[in-house]
Design a protein around this ligand. Structure first.
Ligand code: ZN
Length: 148
């Protein structure tokens, strides 16, 4: 990999999130928990979500282990889902998946769009999707129990 490519891969925003991960304190009383592992890269992601009485995300705890892409994506995710309903979170996840797989995607991804540069490195796309696929599974597991 050439140096210029590395520079692009580790975009300043991505590096900043890795250095200062948001919402990294573990929640002790979460409504939803989600965990993911990417054995190829050694990435792990651990997510805890607390919902308010209206079913919106009120607090997030997220701990990422492994590469910068995984940690930065998790940090951005933990900001992006605040205040959203689970349906809105699922829609955001689909939109991010579309972004990373080159499909048409809606606006509203905010700084998550900086991860589009990772698409040049197909092997790292999984690193960017790990937190989101774990989140999807966590929401699916929780969904049967929630009252609509
Ligand atoms: Zn990784």
């Amino acid at each position: 990999m050439r140096f210029e490519e590395l520079d692009d891969l580790y975009h300043a925003t991505i590096l900043e999130h890795r250095r200062h991960p948001r919402n990294s304190d573990r929640l002790e009383d979460p409504d939803i928990t989600a965990d993911g592992v990417n054995p190829f890269c050694g990435d792990e992601i651990h997510i805890q979500i607390a919902l308010d009485s209206e079913g919106r995300v009120s607090r997030v705890g997220l701990q990422g282990v492994g590469c910068a892409i995984n940690q930065a994506t998790g940090s951005m995710l933990s900001d992006a889902i605040q205040g959203k309903t689970l349906d809105e979170v699922a829609a955001l996840s689909r939109s991010f998946n579309d972004l990373m797989t080159g499909g048409p995607h809606s606006d509203g991804l905010g700084e998550l769009t900086t991860l589009e540069s990772v698409r040049q490195f197909p092997i790292r796309i999984k690193c960017a999707l790990l937190a989101w696929s774990a989140l999807d599974e966590g929401i699916e597991d929780y969904a049967p129990a929630r009252s609509r």
